[in-house]
Design a binder for this molecule. Structure first.
Ligand SMILES: NC(=O)c1ccc[n+]([C@@H]2O[C@H](COP(=O)([O-])OP(=O)(O)OC[C@H]3O[C@@H](n4cnc5c(N)ncnc54)[C@H](OP(=O)(O)O)[C@@H]3O)[C@@H](O)[C@H]2O)c1
Length: 368
């Protein structure tokens, strides 16, 4: 019997890594994020080969993606994405910690019993300690409350976030899937506490535009975030893969939809696929793939808010090829009025905002 004794060469990041990336200021802060960030929700659990995970992370960092987004429950199993990323950090990126923005979150279901869900101080504090243990870190750069919790007073969640920053376990804090009014209330409270919220993480894409819609006070989430000094990082800008060519010729066996994960086959309705096909044609006319156009659209200039409304598009990728294709979106972020109008004509809400219930679950406290 022979054994392969080849030891893989240690990872050495590309020296050119900061040359092709655009970095955008996050709200009213001194922090910049890459225009495209990488999320580890799917594709980084124990169900995916470690070698592929490593290749994707290496390539991302080689191309200037300095921001990696995690949460306590990413996997499967829950927690494994943090453990796997922690291993890659320890083995390959340890000496580059100060070049990285690593985020985690708590809010959705994590462990059994009453303390593994929601927005209580008990849950947020213990969950962050567990995340740091799995990541092998002393601190994360950004810690989020992952979803509004109707059963916890907003103040309790916000005091916990403030105290997390004071403890040094997170440098900045943010919120995810909060509606416009709750965002404004939370931002004002935290500003008074001297611990401003850095960022909001909402879902946003060509076919899921809830952040542009007026809320109860007529202000959209994008307006509320900008007015209150929060940056925005848009998650699922590819609508989990719908806004790519992935499903135009059926459902590939290795896709998220086939795996029965968060993109149900019901979301791939005839109507949605016809819309995607039309959007694909518009992208071709621009000389982009649909994935590239979808990312450029999220990052486009937005009227009075300017081009920094969305600081970063937070994508997922199951291969290096997908990541490379997505990063090439940055070659053309400009849209003519006619192109924007054609996209608006072709697009409608695809019914894929599976986080809407969490947003609706808690509205501005004064109105409760
Ligand atoms: N705050 C929250 O509540 C929340 C919720 C959801 C997500 N997030 C964050 O946002 C991140 C991104 O979410 P997401 O993964 O849904 O984003 P997405 O970018 O909309 O979808 C990523 C998926 O699209 C497919 N894809 C990506 N690039 C492609 C390409 N060039 N061509 C063809 N297919 C392509 C891949 O599907 P296959 O795997 O099928 O190849 C990939 O897994 C997450 O990892 C997480 O960090 C946050």
């Amino acid at each position: 019997m022979t054994f392969d004794r080849t030891v893989p060469a240690p990872y050495v990041p590309a020296t050119s890594r900061y040359e092709g990336m655009e970095y955008r200021t996050v709200g009213r802060s001194g922090l910049k994020l890459p225009a495209i960030s990488l999320g580890l929700w799917h594709n980084f659990g124990d169900d995916k080969p470690m070698a592929t995970q490593r290749q994707i992370i290496h390539r991302a960092f080689d191309r200037g993606v300095t921001h990696f987004d995690l949460a306590n429950n990413y996997g499967p199993p829950a927690g494994s994405a943090e453990s796997n990323f922690g291993r890659i950090l320890r083995e390959d990126l340890k000496s580059h910690r100060d070049e990285l923005i690593i985020s985690s979150k708590a809010g959705w279901n994590m462990w059994s019993g009453p303390y593994g869900f929601g927005g209580s101080r008990k849950y947020l504090m213990s969950s962050l300690d567990q995340s740091l243990e799995r990541l092998g870190l002393d601190y994360v750069d950004i810690f989020y409350h992952h979803r509004p919790d109707p059963d916890t007073p907003l103040e309790e969640t916000l005091y916990a976030l403030r105290d997390i920053v004071n403890s040094g376990k997170a440098l900045y804090v943010g919120i995810s899937s909060y509606g416009p009014e709750l965002t404004a209330e939370a931002a004002e409270f935290m500003a008074e506490e001297g611990c401003p919220l850095l960022i909001h993480q909402p879902s946003y894409s060509i076919v899921n535009r809830w952040v542009e819609e007026p809320g109860e006070d007529e202000e959209s989430l994008l307006e509320s975030a900008v007015d209150n000094g929060l940056g925005v990082i848009a998650f699922s800008p590819l609508a989990q893969g719908l806004l790519t060519d992935r499903y135009l010729k059926g459902v590939p066996a290795d896709s998220r939809a086939a795996a029965g994960k968060s993109l149900s086959e019901g979301m791939l309705s005839q109507e949605n696929l016809a819309m995607v096909s039309q959007l694909n044609d518009i992208a071709s006319e621009r000389g982009q793939t649909l994935a590239q156009m979808a990312l450029a659209w999220v990052l486009r200039k937005q009227g009075e808010f300017g081009e920094q409304t969305v600081a970063s598009a937070l994508v997922g990728a199951s291969s290096v090829a997908q990541l490379d294709e997505n990063l090439a979106a940055l070659d053309n972020l400009e849209f003519s009025e006619a192109e924007l109008a054609a996209i608006d004509d072709a697009a409608s809400d695809a019914g894929i905002n599976i986080w809407a219930g969490a947003t609706r679950s808690k509205i501005h406290d004064e109105k409760n």
